[in-house]
Design a protein around this ligand. Structure first.
Ligand SMILES: [Fe+2]
Length: 198
């Protein structure tokens, strides 16, 4: 909390030299100024693109990530599918070549992944993708991953898709999540809110 308080009042030149990672979830409030054009030029075309291909979803929203060199996310999995879009600088997205060997869908659903660092593993089992500005990747829901910042400053936007479904079909891991929530309706979506995983 001390660090958060200091961050809110320090000069921006000073902050840019700190190691930090920031995540902004509520971006629609900036659509009229800082993110002018984002809704019309990104969100609407992307939603239209998905609709035309038979996709439906329960929520679809952008998340903005800002971080400095050396900053690393936690080791986690998300309940949503993410279209990760590197905008500025460079980051490496790490997961495993065979995630099923690492974490069952059932374990992912109850958030067994979450930790500050990934568990010990053979580097040969890892799949790491370094992203440069303009590059995009798809982060599958409920797949363990972590992200490291490689450049001085990096910014990416993730379009987060909850409940993504194509012509009535969910992905395998999404089905495990649906099934868990059917049995535990009070927990639906709450994992997203209760874990600081980014
Ligand atoms: Fe993530």
């Amino acid at each position: 909390m001390d660090r958060t308080a200091a961050f809110r009042t320090a000069p921006i030149e000073e902050i840019a030299a700190w190691p930090f990672r920031l995540v902004h979830f509520n971006l629609s409030r900036f659509y009229d100024d800082l993110l002018h054009g984002f809704h019309d030029e990104v969100m609407i075309p992307w939603r239209t693109h998905l609709c035309e291909r038979g996709f439906t979803w329960q929520r679809l929203a952008p998340i903005l990530f800002l971080s400095t060199e050396g900053a690393a996310s936690t080791y986690h999995n998300d309940n949503s599918h993410g279209l990760v879009w590197q905008v500025h600088g460079s980051k490496t997205f790490h997961s495993y070549r065979d995630p099923d060997q690492r974490l069952s869908a059932e374990a992912a659903v109850i958030g067994e992944t979450t930790g500050e660092d990934p568990p010990e593993h053979d580097p040969a089992d890892r799949q790491s993708v370094t992203m440069l500005p303009g590059e995009q990747l798809w982060s599958h829901a409920l797949t363990p991953h972590w992200v490291t910042t490689e450049s001085g400053l990096a910014m990416s936007v993730t379009l987060s898709h909850g409940g993504l479904c194509r012509q009535g079909h969910y992905s395998e891991r999404e089905l495990a999540l649906r099934s868990y929530w059917d049995k535990n309706p009070d927990e639906a979506w709450t994992h997203d809110l209760s874990n600081v995983r980014y």
